[in-house]
Design a binder for this molecule. Structure first.
Ligand code: BG6
Length: 464
């Protein structure tokens, strides 16, 4: 049984669906120079083969798209604000009014359909200028620029938005430093010191945003956002158990800082062992005590860890790990593990007792558009199966006493992939006629999963 007030819906990111990369005064973002996705090197400039420049054209289709989501019964819709629509370069003093107006209109349409917006302040889309001139989150001045940006949007959308997330998958900065942190260098050129220093600046900025948001409105609910990926020991060998624990520590410390307000002992030990020196000033220490109201997470995969160095990590989404022999993988090699969702929710709840939101989950798969009785659709039973299994495990977690407030499926209308920048990696319940070679007329067609999700929401999770 799902609680009466449980929120069902979907989630997106500006850079993956809006397109219109040069319209409305928008400046380029780091995504505009990532034609092959977040794990591949950047291009010198935006190039036409980058599908994100056009996305799924949400910037022009948002009214119809939100209507489609309302037809599915969405109660919550997660979007991100493209920072470079508001501050095209990121270091200006005055925001771009046209960018602000776009989101005014977007939120108005959400409210017309009684849909609660959830807004990510930074979803892998820093203004490119900040990456090129400051080296992104490596530079402490980023905290000032971010504060200026969040202050503007917190004030502007007061009364229109209640739920905010600071950084999408904040723990990913350690693996995709350019996409996640605007650090303008190959990962191999960066030291652990660089990566953790940048992470520290983001953590301070996240706490500062939480503080500023709460000052602007007492109604604001501000959360952190984690890439949730549990690590299991590959074998019961205690060395593997410790290896899994240490992998989790590398992610969990982001949560500890957000929820408890200080760096936990295990990460201070890691810093010491690896000659990483993070100077935390008294002012920063005070800022970190501005902790989040809730925890949100994406969940797609799990992985294993081992102390055996002969085994190479090869599965995962942005993070990576050792393949689990008991799990099957998606077409993109992501191992599917619905029970890992129940496990992760229990872990987070037992550790922090903070409300949880699942703000991303879904299956990225190739779809075939077919025509049946004159209607074009996709028989995506595999996607329904994936979601069904995960929602079953979510219900198990609720029975365990975990306080989960909502479930948002990723990319409800097909959009561009973050890790590979392909369009063929589709998550949607609405098919978009757009292809990896840039062809397609962008028309939308409900898939079988559209009607399934509609029934599921209507019955508040009962009919699966
Ligand atoms: C998460 C990101 O990592 O996973 C999204 O927050 C992303 O931006 C999603 O799209 C799915 O990953 P991908 O690489 O298949 O698009």
């Amino acid at each position: 049984m799902f609680p009466k007030e449980f929120m069902w819906g979907g989630a997106t990111a500006a850079n993956q669906h809006e397109g219109a990369w040069q319209e409305g005064g928008k400046g380029p973002s780091v995504q505009d120079v990532l034609p092959n996705g977040g794990r591949s090197p950047r291009s010198a400039q935006p190039t036409p083969d980058n599908l994100k420049l056009i996305g799924n054209d949400f910037y022009h289709c948002y009214e119809d798209d939100i209507k489609r989501m309302a037809e599915m019964g969405f109660q919550m819709f997660r979007i991100s604000i493209a920072w470079s629509r508001i501050f095209p370069n990121g270091d200006e003093m005055t925001p771009n009014e046209e960018g602000l107006k776009f989101y005014d209109r977007l939120f108005a349409v959400c409210h017309k359909y009684h849909m609660e917006p959830m807004v990510t302040l930074s979803h892998y889309e820093m203004p490119l200028h900040l990456a090129e001139h400051y080296n992104g989150w490596l530079h402490p001045q980023m905290i000032t620029f971010f504060e200026r940006y969040v202050t503007v949007v917190f004030k502007r959308y007061k009364g229109q938005v209640k739920y905010w997330l600071t950084f999408n998958e904040i723990n990913s900065i350690l693996v995709t430093p350019f996409m996640s942190g605007g650090i303008n260098a190959h990962k191999e050129e960066l030291t652990k010191q660089d990566l953790y220093q940048a992470a520290h600046h983001q953590l301070v900025a996240s706490a500062l945003a939480t503080k500023v948001g709460h000052q602007i409105s007492e109604d604001y609910q501000i959360g952190c956002m984690m890439l949730g990926m549990p690590y299991y020991p590959l074998t019961p060998n205690p060395d593997d158990v410790i290896a899994a624990m240490e992998e989790e520590h590398r992610n969990d410390f982001f949560l500890d800082v957000h929820v408890r307000g200080y760096y936990p002992g295990y990460i201070l030990r890691y810093f010491k062992d690896n000659q990483i020196q993070i100077q935390v000033t008294n002012q920063e220490r005070e800022l970190l005590t501005h902790t989040v109201d809730f925890i949100s997470l994406s969940y797609y995969v799990s992985a294993c860890a081992t102390a055996d160095e002969s085994k190479a990590a090869s599965v995962g989404n942005l993070l990576s790990g050792i393949p689990n022999p008991y799990l099957k993988a998606s077409q993109w090699g992501w191992q599917m593990d619905a029970k890992g969702l129940r496990y992760t929710l229990n872990q987070y709840w037992n550790r922090y007792q903070k409300p949880l939101f699942i703000v991303e989950n879904g299956l990225g798969q190739k779809d075939e558009l077919i025509e049946q009785d004159g209607i074009k659709t996709v028989h995506d039973t595999y996607r329904i199966e994936y979601m069904k299994e995960h929602i079953e495990q979510l219900e198990e977690a609720l029975k365990d006493g975990v306080d989960v407030r909502g479930y948002l499926t990723w990319g409800p209308i097909d959009l561009v992939s973050a890790s590979t920048a392909q369009f063929s990696k589709r998550y949607g319940m609405v098919y978009v006629d757009r292809h990896d070679d840039g062809s397609g007329d962008m028309k939308r067609y409900p898939k079988e999963s559209f009607y399934w999700y509609q029934r599921l929401i209507e019955s508040n999770g009962e009919i699966r």
